[in-house]
Design a protein around this ligand. Structure first.
Ligand code: ATP
Ligand code: MG
Length: 328
């Protein structure tokens, strides 16, 4: 079962005073995992004192995880990094072809971003991966729960039921393994993301979905003068998701919308929203578009995949392979 379930109490973090531990516990930071994935500002707010002390606490929590073999330490050898990669797992999207594009599925320790127009299949991927996540690795899952953060109100239990029924997966088991959270506005989303670590640990979650990461920001920050603040807050949110993926060794899926760029003369005149902040903070970026009855996924940004495309379809079973792909 998931490694995140093992406890690493705050008391095991070097330099942890009882008073500090008490304050951290009171604010929902219950283990070295939560402390290691926190941002210095929020620790400063909780424990007081100076910024250096807050940063040191986080660094010590990370060291504890390094000691426990959960994180790679500073200046690790490439062989040590390679060894840590052996722990990487993949959650299936439901389509072998799309999983192939991703190098095996949605990877743990990373953020995978799916962006595309309305109806391109972003939420279908989120639903299907969430439905499969609890399965053992040999069946395409990560053997743990999924946490689904929905900012658009498009999460559908009926759809999950249909997906698992079509795949012959036990419905109760699948539905019990998905935790749902509706985020209503940006401050709420920020609070939800801040609290995710504790939920991941307590529930043995191996996948976090944020569908979508951008729409609340788009509707609440209107006008050019709000752009700088929007980008800064989005940046912090993405940073937290990154920490979460790395520290807990979980997979993170985010979805993003597209905006048209009228200057494009050739090709598809759409690009992802969120500007550089999203562009730089997702590990993998996958562009989805419709092509007749099928969907095309393109890996547009990855530290190690070449540009490539895959076809998939959406059926009662959720994201699936096209007949042609199945026949291969
Ligand atoms: P948005 O930007 O609006 O959130 P999205 O990319 O999340 O869009 P999805 O909700 O993933 O879009 O895709 C919706 C599409 O999925 C529908 O238009 C339909 O084509 C397809 N779909 C949904 N359910 C089924 C089903 N049971 N069988 C076949 N196709 C389905
Ligand atoms: Mg959607």
């Amino acid at each position: 079962m998931a490694v995140v379930a093992e406890e690493m109490p705050l008391s095991e973090v070097d330099g942890m005073e009882e008073r500090t531990e008490h304050k951290l516990l009171g604010s929902g930071i219950g283990s070295a995992f939560e402390l290691a994935s926190s941002m210095p500002d929020e620790i400063l707010e909780v424990v007081g004192g100076d910024a250096r002390n807050a940063a040191l606490l986080i660094a010590n929590a990370r060291s504890r995880l390094v000691k426990g073999g959960r994180l790679v330490g500073e200046f690790a050898t490439a062989s040590e990094v390679a060894k840590s990669k052996e722990r990487v797992g993949f959650c299936s999207t439901g389509s072998a072809s799309l999983d192939g594009l991703l190098g095996g599925g949605v990877e743990t320790g990373s953020i995978t971003e799916f962006f595309g127009a309305f109806g391109s299949g972003k939420s279908q991927i989120c639903h299907t991966a969430s439905a499969l996540c609890h399965l053992p690795p040999k069946e395409g899952g990560l053997g743990g729960r999924a946490i689904y953060v929905d900012t658009e109100g498009t999460f559908r239990v009926n759809r999950l039921g249909e997906i698992v029924r079509s795949r012959g997966i036990d419905k109760d088991e699948a539905l019990d393994s998905i935790l749902y959270c509706r985020a209503f506005n940006v401050p709420h989303l920020e609070a939800v993301v801040r609290s995710l670590g504790g939920h991941v640990r307590k529930n043995d979650a191996r996948l976090v979905v944020v569908d979508s990461v951008i729409n609340l920001f788009r509707s609440e920050f209107i006008g050019r003068e709000t752009l700088a603040e929007r980008q800064q807050r989005l940046n912090i949110l993405m940073h937290r998701l990154h920490n979460l993926a790395e520290v807990y060794g979980i997979a993170v899926i985010i979805t993003n919308q597209v905006q048209s760029s009228p200057n494009t003369l050739f090709g598809d005149p759409t690009r992802p929203t969120g500007g550089h902040v999203l562009g730089h903070s997702s590990t993998y970026r996958v562009y989805l578009r419709r092509s007749g009855d099928e969907r095309v996924a393109a890996m547009v940004d990855s530290p190690h995949h070449p540009y490539s495309e895959a076809r998939f379809t959406v059926t009662d079973a959720g994201v699936s392979d096209t007949k042609k792909e199945r026949g291969r």
